[in-house]
Design a protein around this ligand. Structure first.
Ligand SMILES: Nc1ncnc2c1ncn2[C@@H]1O[C@H](COP(=O)(O)OP(=O)(O)O)[C@@H](O)[C@H]1O
Ligand SMILES: [Mg+2]
Length: 128
């Protein structure tokens, strides 16, 4: 996850700040405690890689930070995850969309369906 610089805020403020983030998701009537108290900061210009075994919560953390936890999994959350100063856990849809436009560029898992092999990466980023 690369943090973009934000001229409107103090550059010492983290672009992404998670505090004691908890996420529970429900699948087939069973609740999974997917994130258990995650805290981290990503500052402008910093590059952070998340490493962990399959199922350790990398994707859920990314989705929570973007305000894209799947509704169908009835997410229950605790703590906070601020992106550009906005808590993505409590932001309404319009606010979350605005924050994503400003701060997020995502290439989702399975690049064969996320990226178009007939276009250059540059052209695809430019199109967004
Ligand atoms: N939509 C979902 N509904 C219920 N549980 C989920 C859902 N997505 C992920 N999980 C569970 O959350 C945990 C973390 O998953 P995930 O973030 O996908 O792991 P990783 O990306 O590190 O492989 C796992 O136990 C996984 O089964
Ligand atoms: Mg994953």
């Amino acid at each position: 996850m690369a943090a973009t610089d934000d001229m409107s805020t103090d550059s010492r403020e983290p672009t992404l700040a998670a505090r004691d983030l908890h996420v529970h998701l429900t699948r087939d009537g069973e609740e999974v405690h997917a994130l258990r108290g995650v805290s981290l900061d990503v500052h402008p210009g910093e590059i952070v890689a998340m490493v962990g075994e399959s199922g350790s919560g990398k994707s859920v953390l990314g989705l929570a930070a973007m305000g894209l936890l799947p509704h169908r999994s009835r997410p229950r959350t605790g703590g906070s995850v601020l992106l550009g100063g906005t808590d993505m856990l409590t932001a309404d849809e319009e606010t979350a969309r605005r924050v994503r436009r400003r701060h997020v560029g995502a290439v989702f898992q399975d690049p064969m369906t996320s990226l178009d092999p007939t276009m250059t990466i540059g052209a695809q980023l430019g199109e967004v």
